[in-house]
Design a protein around this ligand. Sequence first.
Ligand code: ZN
Length: 451
Amino acid sequence: MTTHRIWIKNPLALFTATDQSAPGGLVIENGVITELLVAGATPSLFIDETFDAREHVVLPGLVNAHHHFYQTLTRAWGPVVNEPLFSWLLTLYPIWARLTPRALELASKVALAELLLSGCTTTADHHYLFPAGLEEAIDIQVGAVRELGMRAMLTRDSMNLSKVDGGPPGKSVVQTAEVILADSERLIHRYHERGDGAQIQIALAPCSPFSVTTDLMRSCAELAERYDVRLHTHLGETLDEQPFCAQRFGMRTVDYLQSVGWLGPRTWLAHGIHFNQVEMHRLGAAGVGICHCPSSNMRLASGICHTLELENKGAIIGLGVDGAASNDASNMMLEARQALFIQRLRYGAKKITPEKVLGWATRGSARLLGRRDIGELAVGKQADLALFKLDELRFSGSHDPIAALLLCGADRADRVMVGGQWKVCDGQIPGLDIAGLIADHKLAARELVNG
Ligand code: ZN
């Protein structure tokens, strides 16, 4: 294999996600970071390609730890614009039940392209709709991720309780536990990559503990243990989960999580808002990860995550944009800005710095996905980078480049690299016909809503 070395030279600013500094930039060899350079230093070995980054703020590629790609087809849909979570879900399920393979492919590409252009290099997705004809939904998503050249943790979601069994969705989108578990094993065997540099990974992810049976929750935990993959679900998103859980299972949500073998470091939860102090302590002590989704939580008026309390008790905090019917953007930089502001409302300005929030959006989210090879700029890590220019009107007159990204509202990267390969150049994705994609996606969105 021939060696290819790239020097990202003398950046305007560089955020490593740790306390290292590298004003001279960094050196990448075959997709992996091999040197961080002090001011005035030059690479120790011959360089094939130099990228002059004097106008760029360099971040580790952002990592999105929670999404539902298919929801890009129902953004800002009139009937649910002003609805809270439960009625929002019940109104949308019959629409989503019509999802087709082609619509999912387009929706996934749109979400991925939007994320990539915002500086995101790795994303999770939580797909839970498998109506007849869409049994290979995750396979479709794998194709879209590979086409865009990003990394992804695709979670094989599941629902085996429909409305008639006391779950939220209609009958046509739920599957039996046997089908769900067999497909989960198939996907792990077929796609789950292990080790540094993995592009596609699979996790097991019942939509919520209330949309599957207790047996299926337990079986997912056992399967995850057997194959060493991660577990993901929604929990603690709204207050009404607690009485619902008490009524159905006779216990609170965290007790239920423990009772089905989910209270451990393999699990990361979307939202994680409504827990008491003792429960936060238990989640932290167990090493459970929490994906904070500020835009969605504000949009649906669900509540504000207790990020610092959870973190102080040992939980890992990361960020996610959540599904595009509750955000309705798939932009990781705007999500970090929202996290900065909403968390300042809870904890004050001094404790919630831009660096802290960018840490959640990079290293924190990477750890939620069980990854140590991405999310920070350090020797031995994957060369996943997001480079931003501060040349737009909105940045004019700004001083601290890292703070400016969030305070002035950066929303589009100038360059993005995944594993040493440029995937965004001059704010564009080479080879992707964005206008054509938008036209096809718009049509699919209209067809889905109109039936
Ligand atoms: Zn979600």
